[in-house]
Design a protein around this ligand. Sequence first.
Ligand SMILES: [Fe+2]
Length: 186
Amino acid sequence: MAKSKSVASTHIALPPDTRKKMADLLNGLLASTLDLHSHAKQAHWNIRGPHFLTLHELFDKLAEQTVEHGDEIAERAGQLGFAVSGTLRQGASASKLNEYDLQIASGEDHVRRLSQSLGEYEKLLLDGIEDAEEAEDPVTQDILTRICGEIDKSMWMIESHIVVVSPEAETLTNNNKKAAASQSAA
Ligand SMILES: [Fe+2]
């Protein structure tokens, strides 16, 4: 976890230990957010195929969203009195996301790969929400919860470009087919 440096005193009514813990959490999340931004741009720049324009624009919207999220996360660390570690080098060394696949080109491959990055990022957010709740910092918890909701929406927008049938839906379809077959045989 990132080790944050205190840079300013504040009258925010949270104990110093809590503020430090939250700043470390936020700086760690910021690194992964910077990395997620690079994943979205990588997809935006490299996509090829029939749905080029739609996906090219959608991936860029995700990149823009990650800039806003990074800003909120970083500024919360600042509000708590701590320095923000927001350079690309910090992001590259402290991100917890797996590296993006640099070889892929098709829209479907980018959709699948970016969904994976979003899923990894969301897991970090969920862990952060839990940590903020335990630390009794409702403001950080609220910021991360809101970001998590927006990531869910982006995930839906991106994943909906490919049809991945859920196991439940597959069972239902198979049962319907069986029922139709036994009706026509009767
Ligand atoms: Fe662009």
